[in-house]
Design a protein around this ligand. Sequence first.
Ligand code: ZN
Length: 215
Amino acid sequence: MRTFGIILATAILTALATSAAWLFLYERTDRAAPPPQMVDTPATAIPPEEIATDPPEDIVFSPSPSATPELMAKELTLPVAGYDLSDLTPQFDDSRGEGRAHQALDFMAARGTPVRAVDDGVLVKFFDSDQGGTTIYQFDPTESWVYYYAHLDSRADDIEEGDAVRRGQVIGTVGSTGNADDDAPHLHFAIERLGPEKNWWQGEAVDPYQVFAVQ
Ligand SMILES: [Zn+2]
C-alpha cells in the first residue's frame, strides 16, 4: 500500500510538472509578436503563422470579420492568372489541426504558375518559415492591409524586399514549400487588416473569398 502511495504521488508530481512545462512553453509561443528588432533577422524570428494562429485547442473560431467596403472597392486582382472563380470555395474556417483555422484561400495550380500582386503596394518582407515556406508579405498603398503569399516555389528575380510593385506584377511562382503537399502545389493567400503598429506579422485576418468571389 505504501509503494502504491509512492507511485501515485510520483505520478501526480510528474503530471503537475508536465502541465507546468506545457503552460510555460505555451506562454512563450503565444506571445503576440516578436520584438521589433527581430524583424530584420528572419533566421531567428518567430514564424508569423505560429504567432497569429496558435490559440488553445478548444477555441471555437469566430467568423471572419467582414471585408470592409474599402477592401471590396479595391477589386483585387486574382493572384493566379486564369483561375476559374467557380473553383473557389470558402476555406477560411477550415481546420488545419492543432486548433488552428486556415484563415486563407488556396489557389491550386501547377508548380511554376506565375503569382501576381493583387494590388499596388510595397513588398515589406520576404520570409521563410517551416509552415509557409517561401513567402512574401505585401502592404497595400494605404498600409491598411497586408497580403500574404505562401508556399512559393520561387520569388521573381527582379524584385527585392522593400520594392514597390504594381497590381498584376509577377512576384513569384506557385510551389509547395513549407508544409504544403509536394503533390498539391498551390498558392496560400491571406489578407490581414494591419494594426496601428503596421507590423507585417500581426494583423486581423479577413476572408479573401469574400473579396474575390464577388468579382
Ligand atoms: Zn492554405
